[in-house]
Design a protein around this ligand. Structure first.
Ligand code: NAP
Length: 284
């Protein structure tokens, strides 16, 4: 039987209605809209598309977005200078630093310059540490979106065998921590994992964030498993995920389409985080 598609577009649209209502309440309480600042270093076309999409979504939801583009030749001091100015700006509620940065820039140092209270993608050591310790945190949007999608489809997680392929700071690791917090038994795979298929075939919940088109095939999936595909890979046939959709569809119980699965959830989580950050900061 073909897998049920986990419809990220429809789920995100529903969540966006809640965000819109909350953004309107915020604007009424504060006499201004919540504001997101997006720092974009360099001219990476995919990042530019993403920034335009975020800006449009903010507008639709009743938040303000302002982009702060910097040339790819910027020094670390220049990027940190921009972030420091946004940290100090009282009307800026959230700062999104578009990653990856151009090669040569010290990502850790630059990320650490973001005021954790405005860190709406959960990338600073403070927010990442809170997530690790199980404290309330501003969560990274992509894994938070994946969790929200599982919740929307009432997928049971407690006691489930979860396998995450990928250990990046922005997707794989935080997702593994969120699944752990939801009482799943979690395994994290990466490029040194021996026999990836033997691990992924154990998974009731399989999340793939490797950035490798078609890495996971149907033969690597346990029949009936819930498969979250975070991959966004540009191919001559268009955008595809990390999971080979055709073969996976025949085996999985649930599967996120690419596009239209985890991607739209990321954006709506970012808007929600911006409102959360704004409220927390203003409450002091
Ligand atoms: P990343 O920083 O490149 O990390 C990729 C991870 O996958 C690494 O941990 C790597 O292992 C692992 N990996 C790569 N090839 C592998 C293989 N053959 N077998 C096992 N593990 C392998 O990427 P990322 O930023 O996490 O992004 C992952 C994917 O998600 C990309 O396609 C990206 O475009 C997409 N993404 C989607 C969204 C969304 O909203 N849906 C948001 C962000 C990113 P090592 O650590 O051993 O190198």
């Amino acid at each position: 039987m073909a897998a049920v598609l986990l419809d990220g577009r429809a789920t995100a649209a529903k969540l966006l209605e809640e965000v819109k209502a909350d953004a309107a309440r915020f604007a009424q309480e504060q006499g201004r809209r919540a504001r997101l600042a997006i720092v974009l270093v360099g001219e990476d076309p995919a990042s530019q598309v993403y920034v335009r999409r975020i800006t449009r979504s903010c507008g639709e939801a009743g938040l303000e977005a302002a982009a702060f583009p910097l040339p790819a030749t910027s020094t670390a001091a220049e990027v940190i200078g921009q972030i420091t100015a946004l940290n100090a700006a009282p009307e800026v509620d959230g700062i999104l630093l578009q990653l990856p940065l151009p090669p040569g820039l010290p990502t850790d140092q630059i990320v650490s310059a973001i005021n954790p209270e405005k860190d709406v993608d959960g990338v600073t050591p403070t927010q990442a540490g809170r997530l690790l310790l199980g404290q309330p945190a501003l969560l990274p949007n992509t894994p938070a979106g994946g969790m929200a999608l599982l919740e929307a489809y009432a997928i049971p997680l407690a006691g489930a065998e979860a396998v995450v392929v990928g250990r990046s700071a922005i997707v794989g690791k935080p997702l593994a921590l969120l699944l752990l917090a939801a009482h799943a038994t979690v395994t994290i795979c990466h490029t040194r994992t021996r026999d990836l298929g033997s691990v992924t075939r154990r998974a009731d919940i399989l999340a793939v964030a490797a950035g490798r088109a078609g890495l996971v095939t149907g033969a690597m999936i346990k029949p009936g498993a819930v498969v979250l595909d975070f991959g966004v890979n540009s191919t001559p046939n268009g955008i595809v995920g990390d999971v080979e959709a055709e073969s996976a569809r025949e085996v999985a119980g649930y599967l996120t389409p690419v596009p239209g699965g985890t991607g739209p959830m990321t954006t709506v989580m970012l808007l929600r985080n911006t409102l959360t950050a704004a409220r927390l900061r203003l409450a002091g």
